[in-house]
Design a protein around this ligand. Sequence first.
Ligand code: C5P
Length: 404
Amino acid sequence: MNGKRILLIIGGGIAAYKALELIRRLRDRGASVRCVLTEGGAQFVTPLSVAALSEQPVYTDLFSLKDETEMGHIQLSREADLLLVCPATADLIAKMAVGLAGDLASTVLLATDKPVAIVPAMNVRMWQHPATRRNVACLRADGVAVMEPTEGPMACGEYGPGRLPDVPDIVNWVAAQLEDAPRPLAGHKILVTAGPTHEPIDPVRYIANRSSGKQGYAVAEALAKLGAQVTLVSGPTSLPTPAGVTRVDVETAREMAAACQSALPVDAAVCVAAVADWRVEESPQKIKKDASGTPALTFIENPDILAALSRPGENRPRLVVGFAAETENVIQHAKAKIARKGCDWIVANDVSPASGVAGGVMGGDRNAVHIITPTQVESWPEAAKADVATLLAERIAHALAQPR
Ligand code: C5P
């Protein structure tokens, strides 16, 4: 942490007293620490103690003329390598999640262009409340690093998760946040497709599939974390856009195909979407239940996006990766798919109920995949979709680093 500048925002919770120790330990490790105290924070620790320990002025008031002339709030938010909120109270987390800026701490957090890390601490019920769960998930999706609170007896007499972790553990976690993450995909453009497609039958009905988009979104996020410029072409999902990713929403396979072509040229394309193989000859009016009996649906083949992207030509990405959801003979079918579609790799997963993956693959949070290239098959152990995505993104970075 030598020479790193931390802007520590101290929220108003009983754990604020530990922020004093944190300032000392961060400084012991070579960081400089400048502090913002919320109004609540100043009820638990005094500006004088914070100023004495940080050996810097302490900032408390958004409308303080003195502070603004010495150091504007925008400058305060930018002159740091990391904004660290500790303790992060339920109130401050909620303000951050909705982007409120009514006091100095929340304004600085909204105005910054620097990484933000929070160490929540609160009563167990507050930590487990759906509103806090929602707000924390929202912050994570915005790219904020969140340290999990620990479990144990609380100052209020209750027991459970919500305690501020021990100061040495916070210091190590902060050090990890300050490490410059490797960005091997910086300068590379990557297209990712994700989610299902919806194929209309008539103006009110459609055909879809069980894809949640979770694996594709995780792949987009992992690639962006490695520095790639990611365009995520997404079918209808309920997922938030991963931090740093450009998302293009589509409904049908044909819209997805057009959006993918518009995203070209790219260095790599990763087709995770569960694209409908067929669309229906669409009725312009709602099909009525009448005496003419059961309607017949006529299916028309959809464009194959993966095959189109894989076709040799000026715009073919250097690396095209397909996904294959299979319910039997997973590896055999995936190998045939590489040949048929012309892509470079297939990530094959067994989506049958017999796969044994906890929670099921379609819609679940875990996956067990085989990475198949024309020359080799590698089976990865079952893991969280996010971990599968991280490994795959590292593989892609390695492949794009090879000379052409
Ligand atoms: O054989 P199947 O079409 O199921 O192969 C799945 C792979 O092909 C996935 O990568 C999927 O995103 C892609 N695909 C596509 N366009 C289609 C159908 C599938 O890009 N119309």
